[in-house]
Write a protein that binds this ligand. Sequence first.
Ligand SMILES: NC(=O)C1=CN([C@@H]2O[C@H](COP(=O)(O)OP(=O)(O)OC[C@H]3O[C@@H](n4cnc5c(N)ncnc54)[C@H](O)[C@@H]3O)[C@@H](O)[C@H]2O)C=CC1
Ligand SMILES: [Mg+2]
Length: 322
Amino acid sequence: KYLNKIKEEDEACRAALQSGNIFLYHKLAPLLRRTDSGIYQLPALQTKEEILEKLGEDKEMVKESILINCTEQNEAQFSFDVGTRTSRHVIHYFMEHTELCRGTFVDLRKAFFLLRGSEAPLVARGQALLRWHQTNGFCSSTGQPTQRNQSGSQRVCHSSGITYYPKMSPVVIVLVSDGKRCLLGRQSTFPRGMYSALAGFCDIGETMEEALRREIAEEVGLEVESIQYSGSQHWPFPQSSFMVACHATVNPNETHVSVDKVELEDARWFSLEEVQEALTIKAPPRNNKGEPTVFWVPPSYAIANRLIQEWANLQHLKSYLN
Ligand SMILES: NC(=O)C1=CN([C@@H]2O[C@H](COP(=O)(O)OP(=O)(O)OC[C@H]3O[C@@H](n4cnc5c(N)ncnc54)[C@H](O)[C@@H]3O)[C@@H](O)[C@H]2O)C=CC1
Ligand SMILES: [Mg+2]
């Protein structure tokens, strides 16, 4: 309820910013802090904190922070990008003096690896909102500048009256099984050796089930028999996707895979043993060019990993019951 109030009411949001927590980014790379015990955290700065005082004449720009969420104690959480409009000397200051807040700006993919628990989705959400504001400054109907509300939950073109809201693209991600094996594929842009569940963007007007059946037919030429919903995830790469994750089965007598080579470099069936081995790999061994040398699957922060883990667990349960 409080979150909704500060999202909608500019005055309440300005007040919340005074005592709220701010997470810093530099050109969309979040600031992480390494604790003495070697754990990485997302430092929550306060408006009055020394590092923000250093914004000097740009200090007013902290008001451009975007509301991300609020804690259970009703502390508002904001994201602020020091690398976009702040003047050059301030950016210099941040890049030179990040040790002041004992942190460094790191690429979001790396941050996903380093952070634990709820901080990874929070940092992704903060970045997604900053990115949306940075790329939606103009109305696509009139070409006029759009104005944000204080929280950043929307932008309005006062000339056309159009209100724009932060956007996500729905994607269906599916782990196909024939009862004994599961189907994984890789795009040529994936790191070497990494295979994942098949995914695809939903077309406008499609249901999730229709998108799933179409994607599996297009990418590997298989006909899905049954679908089971597993979970969902906001995915910030390369832009905000809303990942809907499902398990699906195919007829065990109709498992011939015909790979669409435009979309995928390879797709094939994997046994439980192969999958189990891959799930134990935290960091794949690499050759002297730095390329992974074994079959591995996406890390635990990706919903693909959860699908694969669930499938392996189910196979275990089935073999136990037999
Ligand atoms: N979180 C996870 O575990 C995983 C996430 N993913 C994500 O799923 C997404 C979709 O997977 P793909 O196989 O690449 O999709 P895809 O099979 O639909 O193919 C991508 C193509 O779809 C078209 N397209 C249609 N609508 C689009 C839109 N709104 N945005 C961008 N392209 C659009 C483009 O031509 C693009 O080249 C990717 O962004 C990928 O990062 C993929 C695998 C695992
Ligand atoms: Mg795809």
